[in-house]
Design a protein around this ligand. Structure first.
Ligand code: NI
Length: 181
């Protein structure tokens, strides 16, 4: 379909709570998802939420369609299956939090350490309306929490606690990288 402009931090649309999707299996929904897929692929993102392209709906995409290969930019990350997740609900498995570096397509050039639940159960729906239910941990759990935060108007810098671990990616990691999502 089309690569859309990714809104950057400072745009008030990124601070809104997105609305639930009511109509599954609709041309409008599939068109939105196609634009999100094209945009995430063009930006080499680990994930994307609909509000990042200015659509205030509870739709996120994340992961990789290629089950065998890991993204060469992020070879140390666990493989996350490609997922379209609509109207998601996250439930932490327990209270354990872990720190990890995050980036965001809406916050280009920066990275920060963000505490997230180590393990979560998440539910939601595929575009067809079929339910999704998974229990995940690690990078998969982090990506889902990051993307679903976008649906509630939360950007990862709003969760940074230690600003000594927040900065420009080319300064922090001249040779390494972590995903933008
Ligand atoms: Ni993001």
């Amino acid at each position: 379909m089309a690569v859309r402009e990714v809104l950057r931090m400072g745009n008030p649309l990124l601070l809104q709570r997105a609305e639930a999707v009511a109509d599954f299996d609709s041309p409008e929904l599939y068109a939105l998802i196609a634009d999100m897929e094209d945009t995430m692929a063009a930006m080499h993102g680990a994930g994307l939420a609909a509000p990042q392209i200015g659509v205030s709906r509870r739709v996120v995409i994340f992961g990789s369609k290629d089950a065998e290969s890991v993204n060469p930019r992020y070879p140390d990350d666990d493989h996350v299956p490609y997922t379209i997740l609509i109207n998601p609900v996250i439930t932490p498995v327990n209270d354990k939090m872990v720190d990890g570096w995050e980036g965001c397509l809406s916050v280009p050039g920066l990275r920060g350490v963000v505490p997230r639940y180590e393990a979560i159960r998440y539910t939601g729906f595929e575009p067809s309306g079929k339910p999704i239910e998974r229990t995940v941990e690690g990078f998969h759990a982090r990506v889902v929490q990051h993307e679903c935060d976008h649906l509630d108007g939360i950007l990862y810098p709003m969760r940074v606690q230690d600003f000594s671990r927040f900065g420009y990616v080319d300064v922090l990691f001249p040779n390494l990288d972590v995903p933008d999502a």
